[in-house]
Write a protein that binds this ligand. Structure first.
Ligand code: HXC
Length: 258
């Protein structure tokens, strides 16, 4: 790939692989890194061979936060004028499922980027934190909202007010991540999970992702209605017909992506 701040690769089994790669700054999320990541996500989203995406960092750091050196001289009017950091929400607009594989530090914006992924798995050495309070600021890329929804008010409040980190085991026990693996095998495990997802029907996969995300973003009644409507719309696909026919005929489904 031709990016400056990330490495990308098309892996076997329809998986788009993205590794944040700014080792000198522990993958701090500078503007250039955002642009690279956004561009890579868009091209994997547009690539019909890709069915799922993995984002990881290094064994030392997923990402140590927004780039403090880039932010430190900013003034309020400019932050408001450009709606600073709002562009990161584009990560969540990716259509295909994203597995975030976190080793090492996921702090501040790094924790917030991780929480934008659809599935989060962690290496044993992962450390999650929202240490903005130590810098005289607060989370600005969704941390106060997504962390609170993920682990509940009291523990999220504690992390955001004290700035202290949470380890991988606790993150799993509280549901922030779905699994913990040894640090060295984390990326392989993420790729394995991504291959499994990529082998499913693409349109149905995206419908499934959309309805789960709706649970995070709306109240129960609106979410239930949305889910039912999208469920109905699976009946407008050939893959739904094929999937159920294959079950009845005791054979493997042959997805045609339509
Ligand atoms: C810019 C960073 C950085 C960051 C690390 N570096 N984090 N640069 N932005 N967020 C740089 C260091 O300056 C250093 O550069 C190099 O990466 C290695 O870091 P060290 O501190 O030497 O490593 P270590 O001693 O192992 O400590 C690791 C660490 C520490 C505990 C993760 O780096 C740290 O506390 N970083 C800041 C974490 C943080 O506060 N994140 C939240 C950011 S605010 P040099 O050139 O000296 O080698 C945020 C706001 C989000 O994300 C939105 C609201 C505005």
């Amino acid at each position: 790939s031709t990016y400056e701040n990330i490495l990308t690769e098309k892996k076997e089994g329809g998986v788009g692989f993205i590794q944040l790669n700014r080792p000198k700054a522990l993958n701090a999320l500078c503007d250039g890194l955002y642009k690279d990541l956004h561009s890579a996500l868009q091209s994997f989203d547009a690539d019909p061979e890709i069915g799922a995406i993995v984002i990881t960092g290094s064994e030392k750091a997923f990402a140590a936060g927004a780039d403090i050196k880039e932010m430190k001289d900013k003034e309020y009017p400019q932050t408001y004028l450009i709606d600073m950091l709002s562009w990161w929400e584009n990560v969540g607009k990716t259509r295909k499922p994203i597995i975030g594989a976190v080793n090492g530090y996921a702090l501040g914006g790094g924790c917030e980027l991780a929480m934008m992924c659809d599935i989060l798995i962690a290496g044993k050495n992962a450390k999650f934190g929202q240490p903005e309070i130590n810098l005289g600021t607060i989370p600005g890329m969704g941390g106060s909202q997504r962390l609170t929804r993920a682990i509940g008010k009291s523990r999220a409040m504690e992390m955001i007010l004290t700035g202290e980190m949470m380890d991988a085991e606790e993150a799993a026990s509280r549901g922030l991540v779905s699994r913990v693996h040894p640090t060295e095998s984390l990326v392989d495990e993420a790729l394995k999970m991504a291959r499994k997802i990529a082998a499913q029907s693409r349109p149905i996969t995206i419908m499934a992702k959309d309805v789960v995300n709706q649970a995070f973003e709306t109240g129960l009644q609106d979410g239930l209605k949305f889910e039912r409507r999208v469920f109905h719309s699976t009946f407008a696909t050939n893959d739904r017909r094929e999937g159920m026919a294959a079950f009845a005929e005791k054979r493997k489904a042959n997805w045609t992506q339509n």
